[in-house]
Design a protein around this ligand. Structure first.
Ligand code: A2P
Length: 291
């Protein structure tokens, strides 16, 4: 089992570049997948969220792995209904209770929402959580450059991470360039092109793409391994989701081959600039009305 490379965040905390995502995994699937990923496959990074409704299962999976807690990087996210000074702190405490942990390694604001004032309040609450030792790093998810600028201007801490939809079809070059200038690490969600049905698509057409398949054949690897390698070689943090042991293992067996310049050109040709998921400027599920 090769060690996963780490990226050093802007506050010095190290995050393994590859983690297990658990969006849309049921509690039973999550517990088994997390235990297997850590104990058998060598993962040291799990990415969950309050909204996934599987934080308890993540906590049980970590405990069942028998790997010491401080060797596993755990991320959770604050849900849309918990924005604001009054809600953010108890919501994070509730996540910690569900996870069975006294702190997480990273907590993110899950979606920016449409209410700028509340977004800032929420960020300041995360700064307080960092100060209180409830998280080792704080960041955001699905934020645009403008929303990042706003938080940087209003807060005293630059987000460590922005986790966004990112894959070969939607590589987010300009957002990544902005994040580089501010020292914000970028994490890719749906790095393999997403689960069928999650956002309306019936199949994952990226894993079945003929160009990806061609690169995979050349390296005698799977399409998923090629796509994960692409993220790693771009300096991104990727959190592919699977609940199947063979795939969980396969997805971390990516440190012994490298895509060459020709592969990267071939994969770059897949860029469409189209999202599969929601546009952050429109997504506002669960938000409480502004009073
Ligand atoms: P499953 O959980 O049934 O294995 P993303 O991480 O981009 O959201 O993609 C996740 C989707 O890709 C899920 O539907 C997952 O299904 C599937 N998946 C994950 N790893 C692999 C793999 N190695 N080969 C094929 N499909 C995979």
């Amino acid at each position: 089992m090769a060690d996963t490379p780490v990226i050093t965040l802007n506050n010095g905390v190290e995050i393994p570049q590859l983690g297990l995502g658990v969006w849309q995994a049921s509690p039973a699937e999550t517990e088994a997948a997390v235990r297997f990923a850590i104990a058998e496959a060598g993962y040291r990074h799990i990415d969950t969220a309050a909204a996934y409704r599987n934080e308890e299962a993540v906590g049980r999976g970590i405990a069942a792995s028998r790997v010491p807690r401080d060797e596993v990087f755990v991320t959770t996210k604050l849900w849309n209904s918990d924005h604001g000074a009054d809600r953010a702190r108890p919501a994070l405490d509730a996540s910690l209770r569900r996870l069975g942990l006294d702190h997480v390694d990273l907590v993110l604001i899950h979606w920016p929402l449409q209410d700028a004032a509340r977004r800032i309040e929420t960020w300041l609450a995360l700064e307080a959580a960092l100060e209180a030792g409830k998280a080792r790093a704080i960041g955001v998810s699905n934020f645009t450059t403008e929303q990042l600028e706003e938080v940087i201007a209003a807060g005293s801490i630059v987000p460590a991470v922005n986790q966004v939809e990112l894959h070969v079809r939607f590589p987010q070059q300009s957002l990544r360039a902005f994040c580089r200038t501010r020292g914000i690490a970028v994490e890719s969600w749906s790095p393999l092109g997403g689960a069928p049905g999650s956002w309306g698509g019936e199949t994952n057409t990226l894993l079945g793409d003929p160009i990806v398949a061609g690169v995979a054949r050349r390296h005698e690897r799977s399409p998923a391994q090629v796509l994960i390698r692409w993220h790693l070689q771009q300096g991104l943090i990727a959190i592919p989701k699977s609940v199947h042991p063979d795939r969980i293992r396969q997805n971390i067996e990516v440190f012994d081959f490298e895509l060459d310049a020709g592969d990267l050109v071939a994969l770059a040709s897949l860029e469409t600039g189209e999202r599969i998921g929601a546009d952050p400027l429109e997504a506002n599920w669960g938000a409480r009305p502004t009073s």
